[in-house]
Design a protein around this ligand. Sequence first.
Ligand code: SF4
Length: 331
Amino acid sequence: MAEQGRPKVVISRCIEFDHCRYNGDMIGNELVRRLKGSDTIEFIPVCMESEIGLGVPRDPVRIVQLKGGSNRLIQPTTGMDVTDLAVEFSEGFMASLKEVDGFILKSRSPSCGIRDAKIYPKVENAAALARGAGLFGGAAKTHFPLLAIEDENRLRHVKLAEHFLTQVFSSASWRKIDQGGSMREVVEWHADNKLLLMMYSQKEMRGLGNLVANRDGLSLESLKIRYGEGLRRAFANPPRCTSPINVLQHCLGYVSERLSKAERDYFLQQLEMYRDARIPLSVCLGVMRSWVIRFQEPYLMRQTFFQPFPEGLLEVGVTDSCEWRDLSDKE
Ligand code: SF4
């Protein structure tokens, strides 16, 4: 199986790293605490408001939409407009990131928010007129449109957390191949990740398969660039909740002849129960994994589908039943 790399993840510094919020607080987050403790991720903590010299504690800033439609970052108590400083810092920071696999940013912040920062019609007290990205969060989305970018609030949803971890660990693992892997290693990486890609997007999986077959005789460098782009497209949205069922039915084809009819029927029944949201996916995965180990089926043994990120990073006992229908709308 492809070696799991150590993802590099930019994180809002006020989430579990520093008391740098406007009021001197730090935000607690169970998942980030566990990820920090596991040491499986290299975090890059950053606080834009501290970096542009606003200090801690400080009076809050807010996004104000001017009449012409442009957004400014303003500190109402002082009337200070820090937009230019914020843009300069954010652009410089994003451009300096040579290796990055994802972002975990603070929800609702006028700086770090990625979708839900309040936008006000004027500096004085008024109801918000809309919600949108903060200046730093918006810059992250613009510079890295297909990268894993989430806020700490959404990561409380187990499926979004799974999706995020799958994205960043796949990205880190591919980065190693991208930075020096041979053609053979690219082919192997694709083979290891085939079922994971199948769960995310059959279309992209086929496209990437054709790419590694390299019928067009691309140079290794060009092929890697196109493969990386396809990979980010494939992982851009969470898989549909029924997608793992197709993959597990595909897996069944590899071990089916060595099973009794009763075992096959039991497994298919479990898949239907998962489809009906009566049991979690982990039950079906556990049964299939036990057969993969029992039969030492080489093609399935190597698949990252069964373990796309290190074990133990998500809370034990959380539900992963098929009760969500579509999480692909990230806005
Ligand atoms: S939300 Fe961003 S800018 Fe605000 S305190 Fe946290 S890290 Fe700093």
